[in-house]
Write a protein that binds this ligand. Structure first.
Ligand SMILES: COc1cccc(CC(=N)NC(=O)c2cccnc2OC2CCNCC2)c1
Length: 389
């Protein structure tokens, strides 16, 4: 039966969609902490739980290798996400993180890491309510242990450890449809290195198009157009926080970032996250902001290339510079830094620039979910102001 596990969980069930007698908000009330299961869920006897200290080079390398060889692939199994170690360390150490939410499974005999799941704390606003949530990510079971029903146990265990910290909601994404998406996003790609993308099968040569015509089509200027466009610096944190909070207020679901969050999630970190501001040349105000994160993919089975260097649109705010020009500038910077492709979801106001900046639609969708929080109706993707890693 489909979703045997998810039908046992406090998540929006299909039968509830559009049922306006059901109120928006938590589906189940918090449990008294004394009633939360104190001990970990049972694993098959040959496996044991381990808490992964991502601050340890050795453990971080084990997690990196597990994901590099066993994490999400595209629908045609040509690419696999290859999150870097510095990315994983950044993603799992935001302000207020809990080490106990970095959960691994080892084989008792070999001590090999065979599964992983994580949570990080986040304050997420849903309409006018700011809710403490866990952002759950990096659910991975070794390819050799699939269909042993390990994923439900990993999900129940991270849920139990989140409950122990008195947090009762979560946010997560998946490429598959589960009960019940709060929104479904289309992803889009902007070619930066079309020759490589066609060589590795990520893109196809358009009909009646030659390679040289295609290279010319995606060519970008060498320098950015916005006066005052520069990398974000520590001293920009207060202004960027103000800009971002004002911008995100328009969306139904969005992070409730404070200055500490902005410093962690948006200050440039080499090979992990890049962010730029537009500082007005005369007033020196920060009027615009754009950012992307770096998530390479392994290219499976290509003689000439092993890695696809991909940028993923993160948070972008335009108040003076046209969004179209701001995003074109971020494409120029990504190209200058040798990215092969720039990816974006059709969330926030992204739809307003995708086609004009020559993004093409991807062949998949990304579904967003909330755990233990019901929305009366699914959102349009443009009502979503949350980008997960
Ligand atoms: C190009 O290499 C890939 C390797 C694995 C999967 C995919 C397709 C895919 N599933 N893409 C996305 O989920 C995606 C497409 C555009 C923007 N963000 C995305 O996912 C983010 C956010 C969710 N966690 C993964 C990274 C592509």
């Amino acid at each position: 039966k489909k979703h045997k596990f998810w039908e046992t969980q406090p998540v929006g069930q299909y039968k509830d969609l559009g049922n306006s007698s059901l109120s928006e908000g938590p589906i189940e009330p918090p449990t008294p902490l004394s009633e939360v299961k104190q001990e970990p869920y049972n694993l098959p006897t040959q496996y044991e739980w381990t808490t992964c200290d991502m601050g340890s080079e050795e453990t971080c390398t084990e997690v990196y290798n597990l994901l590099k060889n066993n994490y999400v692939e595209d629908d045609e199994n040509m690419f696999r996400f290859n999150y870097s170690k510095e990315f994983l360390s950044w993603a799992l150490h935001p302000p207020g993180y809990y080490k106990s939410w970095h959960i691994g499974v080892r084989a008792k005999s070999s001590k090999k890491l065979v599964a992983f799941i994580t949570g990080v704390p986040a304050r997420i606003r849903v309409r006018n309510e700011v809710v403490k949530m866990a952002e759950v990510n990096f659910l991975c079971v070794h390819k050799k242990l699939r269909s042993k029903r390990l994923a439900p146990v990993l999900i129940k265990e991270v849920t139990r450890r989140v409950h122990l910290e008195n947090i009762w909601q979560a946010a997560y994404t998946a490429g598959v449809v589960l009960p019940t998406p709060i929104t479904t996003c289309q992803y889009w790609h902007r070619s930066l290195n079309p020759k490589k993308l066609i060589d590795v099968g990520f893109s196809r040569l358009g009909a009646r198009m030659t390679m040289s015509r295609t290279i010319k089509l995606y060519k970008l200027p060498d320098s950015t157009a916005s006066p005052g466009f520069r990398k974000m610096e520590l001293c920009d944190v207060p202004a960027v926080t103000r800009l971002l909070r004002d911008y995100l207020a328009q969306f139904v679901v969005a992070p409730d970032f404070d200055e500490d969050d902005v410093e962690h999630w948006l200050l440039p970190t080499e090979n992990v996250v890049d962010s730029y501001v537009v500082e007005s040349p005369d007033s020196h105000d920060i009027t615009d902001f754009c950012s992307f994160y770096t998530l390479p993919s392994s290219i499976l089975g290509n003689q000439n290339y092993s890695t696809l260097k991909a940028a993923y649109s993160y948070y972008n705010v335009s108040t003076k510079t046209p969004l179209l020009q701001l995003m074109n500038d971020v494409l120029i910077v990504a190209k200058r830094n040798d990215y092969d492709v720039f990816n974006a979801l059709d969330v926030m106001q992204n739809e307003s620039f995708l086609k004009e900046l020559k993004f093409g639609p991807g062949d998949g969708q990304l579904h967003y979910y909330l755990y233990n929080y019901r929305l009366r109706d699914a959102l349009k993707s443009s009502e979503l102001g949350l980008v997960l890693l």
